[in-house]
Write a protein that binds this ligand. Structure first.
Ligand SMILES: [Mg+2]
Length: 234
């Protein structure tokens, strides 16, 4: 019997390393900060995702054309900068061969806080997905709250057809992945087992310190993933 129903991958730091140039994240924060200041919203946009979620929700709640226009411009700005990051991106070691091997064995999807166009551009650029591949993907635009909120995982679990009691693996590189899994597991429906890959966008000591981390599911790179999945599938 196959106990493991699906494998959910994070994107940045797990399959691909987006590479913002020097000062580009500061530039993104500064330009977004300028946009929202037009309607009197202040934010340092740190930490980025919880703050951008809060700001976009504030713009939506204004309920007027100005708020919606600024919301669209903010998302377009994130998309534009992330496309630049993706053009300088690098694949994580063994990403393409691992994706293909895992996807031939298990239903697979990607849950990412990045915008759809930069994800697709990077995956195709590095041969992880073929052009036109339409695998399950939840990107920035698809949810209102991003990891560490579990909303993207809830959405992807639904797309993958996972139900209460089903077990899936989540492959990630960041404490936000561990935290999103923990919050989803607390709901008591689908159960996600986090597998953490070294070398991503988070200090390893922070990952190891998270209560959701299991040393038996910490891997040096993606070449070590399939054997873990085979064990979990038994
Ligand atoms: Mg990541």
């Amino acid at each position: 019997m196959n106990r493991l129903k699906a494998v959910i991958f994070d994107f940045d730091g797990t399959l691909v390393q987006l590479r913002p140039g020097a000062g580009q994240m500061d530039e993104l924060r500064s330009r977004l900060g300028g946009l929202i200041a037009e309607v009197g919203i202040q934010s340092t946009l740190r930490p980025f995702y919880p703050e951008i979620d809060r700001v976009l929700e504030q713009l939506r709640q204004r309920g007027d054309a100005r708020g919606l226009e600024l919301r669209s411009r903010a998302i377009a700005l994130i998309e534009q900068l992330e496309l630049e990051f993706s053009r300088a991106s690098e694949p994580c070691p063994h990403a393409a061969v691992t994706w293909r091997a895992v996807a031939s064995r298990f239903p697979c999807g990607i849950s990412s806080s990045n915008t759809r166009s930069s994800i697709l551009e990077s995956l195709v650029r590095h041969g992880i997905w073929a052009p036109g591949d339409a695998r399950p993907l939840v990107a920035f635009e698809d949810v209102d709250r991003h990891k560490p909120d579990p909303a993207p995982l809830v959405k992807l679990a639904g797309i993958l057809g996972l139900g209460a009691g089903d077990v899936a693996v989540h492959v990630g590189d960041h404490v936000n992945d561990l935290e999103a899994c923990r919050k989803l597991n607390e709901k008591g429906g689908v159960r996600l087992l986090p597998v953490m890959v070294q070398g991503g966008k988070c200090r390893w000591e922070d990952i190891v310190a998270h209560p959701g981390f299991s040393p038996s599911r910490g891997i040096a790179d993606l070449a070590e993933l399939l054997p873990i999945l085979e064990v979990e599938a038994r």
